[in-house]
Ligand binder design. Sequence first.
Ligand SMILES: NC(=O)c1ccc[n+]([C@@H]2O[C@H](COP(=O)([O-])OP(=O)(O)OC[C@H]3O[C@@H](n4cnc5c(N)ncnc54)[C@H](O)[C@@H]3O)[C@@H](O)[C@H]2O)c1
Length: 265
Amino acid sequence: MGNRKTVFITGAAAGIGRATALNFAAKGYVVGAYDIDSAGLQSLADEIGRLGATIVTGHLDVTDSDEMARCVNEFTTQTEGRLDVMINNAGILLAGRFQEIDVAAQLKEIDVNTKGVVNGLYAAFPYLQATARSTVVNLASASAIYGQAELATYSATKFFVRGITEALDIEWGRYGIRVIAIWPLYVQTAMTHGISTGTTKSLGIQLTAQDVADAIVAALEPSRLRRAVHQVHFPVGDQTTFMMTSSRFIPAWLSRLLNKRLAQA
Ligand SMILES: NC(=O)c1ccc[n+]([C@@H]2O[C@H](COP(=O)([O-])OP(=O)(O)OC[C@H]3O[C@@H](n4cnc5c(N)ncnc54)[C@H](O)[C@@H]3O)[C@@H](O)[C@H]2O)c1
């Protein structure tokens, strides 16, 4: 398999991860799809198998650094050490007033969304380094533009993803590894199913998992302009692009006021 491009995706059984796995399978990549949801992975494997593409699946809890190392090793053993793309996608979201969300659940959210990314980056590094023009894709979120009411901890975890992406983009450039982040606003997946916050009401849940999966593929093949400006953060959809761009030009007090209004707080 060493002559084919490869991608390793965490949280691949559902939502954005699943749509992304299908996109890469259609492009001829060898897909490594990992998740805690084994039944979801089986149905993904069946679907990708029907496309005639190659998929490797396995149980992976991203918070377990040993299991992450084992899964990345197992996958790259089958690809002759080749790892073109590592996608740190697994994540969970808790919505509601901070003090009303059980603290143990919030700590788990921090573990999955931040330590899971650290584990993925650490395990993938040697294989990314050994593969020419490799890329890390981290799933950030529009909630990393300004701290989000009713998503306080989730939003803070995505600031972590933003920070580690920026740092490693600079640090890993010398190894030929590109590190980027994808920034969707609300997406219609199980993650947002049934949640209702000020911003889901004011902004709606407009994007589909396919929109995000397509944005990931597009970010891997950037235009000359995006390459020239060394774009690290890739907003998905018009709403996020507008919010991200305007946040760079408006004063902090106005940013706060807009976010307070959107949160209907
Ligand atoms: N849905 C949105 O509105 C939205 C917006 C912006 C960013 N994102 C980010 O996109 C990513 C994917 O979200 P989604 O909407 O597809 O969610 P989803 O809930 O549809 O899918 C998440 C997948 O991650 C898996 N998962 C959960 N915990 C895991 C763990 N500990 N180890 C391994 N796998 C685990 C789940 O089993 C599931 O298959 C997340 O990082 C999320 O924060 C989502």
